[in-house]
Design a protein around this ligand. Structure first.
Ligand code: HAM
Length: 414
């Protein structure tokens, strides 16, 4: 049996857990608290929030077939809609509600480098704050996580500003007029998008299409009521020493965004170059069924993609080192019970220890060495009778015999 296409086995979780731990620390320092929401959600939640015309909803949903109502349940493709659902369902009253969560997401995309069907996100949201300065704070928090906690230098932050729905409606008319003049030279997908979800034409990877849109009107040049906020965001980011590039073509693939949108990208990732994406969404609470709208901002880090970016600099990261390991080697079946009792004692002293029960002494010693043991403890008939243990330092090769009662203290000291 093989794993499902687009999924991964994690045999070594050291880097994965390091990312979660550092992101969690950063979030807690910025006053976010951790939540967890189900992997199974109503399909309708994502239809309403992400938009039925988005790729995620129209092509990539994993619906769970559980009988006549099966199509109503799906594996979550992202966590923002779930967080908003939890906000409404749990009648959260204190805002801004600053929360983070992490876990597996599912999208039926064509698998390729950095693109999986089951992948993991670290997700953070600030629900119930209209202040654009909150966007600056959120972006700063992520930027300092990437540069300070992970020591990344080769990445870029791309930002854009999509304005209010009213500003967007006015801009869409202007964009539509511009596209009328070039759309016959564009690809079929863009022709469809021009009608169904016009801003998404900018997402097209086709070079001809991209060259057609080079001179397209930019939304940031057509802002009215939110122009000041856009200005403020740029000034605050500069003041906080966050470097960024403005990309007027950054529209993001989900329908819920308004005003700020951003992505952290790395050229080491190939075509799937974003390892974190987010933005402001001011109308999602009402869209999902809440009474009052709660302006919000958030982002998700793609953990697999961040791992790919960190892999080459892994040696420079302060990855947690496993505790010194002691391996007990009972020389015969008769000493196995003694080994169990000694291990129990070492474990109550919070020491890391394991027992090898099978093989010749030579092969067990070799195995202990491979396992990275700092000490081995040999238990033969002589040690059993005299209530002693022979402790071997696996680095220096020296051996010492001591009372079994002194073993835990000795190993703790060294
Ligand atoms: P998103 O851009 O769809 O945004 O995903 C965020 C990140 O998840 C991407 O930048 C990427 O690193 C990772 N990602 C997405 N799809 C895949 C995939 N198929 N394989 C591997 N990694 C992937 C969201 O999901 C929004 N909920 C972000 C957000 C939070 N906006 C506001 N709050």
């Amino acid at each position: 049996m093989n794993k499902i296409k687009g999924t991964q086995d994690f045999i070594d979780l050291q880097l994965f857990n390091f990312i979660i731990d550092k992101a969690r620390q950063q979030c807690e320092q910025y006053n976010f608290s951790e939540i967890a929401t189900p992997i199974l959600e109503p399909t309708e939640l994502f239809k309403r929030s992400l938009g039925t015309e988005t790729d995620v909803v129209s092509k990539e949903m994993y619906t769970v077939n559980t009988g006549p109502d099966g199509d109503n349940i799906c594996l979550r493709p992202e966590a923002t809609a779930s967080t908003i659902r939890a906000f409404i369902e749990n009648s959260i009253q204190h805002t801004p509600w600053k929360v983070f969560s992490w876990g597996a997401m599912f999208r039926h995309e064509r698998p390729q480098k950095g693109r999986y069907r089951q992948f993991h996100q670290f997700n953070l949201e600030v629900i119930g704050s209209n202040a654009i300065a909150e966007d600056a704070l959120c972006i700063k928090m992520l930027d300092s996580l990437f540069s300070d906690s992970f020591g990344l230098s080769e990445y870029a932050l791309i930002i854009n500003f999509l304005g209010t729905p009213e500003e967007r409606h006015a801009y869409v008319v202007i964009l539509d007029k511009y596209l009328d003049g070039v759309i016959d030279k564009a690809c079929k997908t863009c022709a469809v998008r021009k009608v169904s979800n016009i801003l998404r034409v900018f997402d097209c990877k086709n070079e001809t299409c991209q060259s057609l849109y080079k001179k397209a009107p930019k939304i940031i040049d057509h802002l009215t009521e939110s122009a000041e906020e856009w200005q403020q965001l740029q000034e605050q980011l500069t003041l906080l020493s966050v470097s960024y590039t403005i990309d007027p073509k950054l529209v993001r693939g989900l329908d819920y965004y308004s005003k700020t949108v951003f992505e952290f990208v790395s050229s080491n990732l190939g075509s799937q170059n974003a390892f974190c994406g987010g933005g402001r969404y001011n109308n999602l609470v009402k869209t999902i069924g809440g009474k009052e709208d709660q302006p919000s901002i958030g982002a998700s880090i793609g953990i697999e993609r961040l791992m790919m970016v960190l892999e080459p600099i892994k040696d420079k990261l302060a990855l947690p080192q496993p505790a010194a390991l002691t391996i007990l080697i009972p020389l015969a079946v008769e000493q196995q019970t003694l080994a169990l009792l000694i291990a129990q004692n070492l474990h109550t002293h919070k020491l890391s220890c394991d027992i090898l029960f099978e093989g010749s002494v030579k092969s067990m010693m070799r195995k202990a060495n491979k396992m990275g043991a700092t000490y081995t403890v040999l238990l033969g008939s002589d040690e059993q009778v005299t209530r002693t243990a022979t402790v071997k330092n696996m680095i220096t090769g020296t051996e010492e015999k001591m009372d079994q009662t002194k073993l835990a203290q000795y190993l703790k000291k060294v």
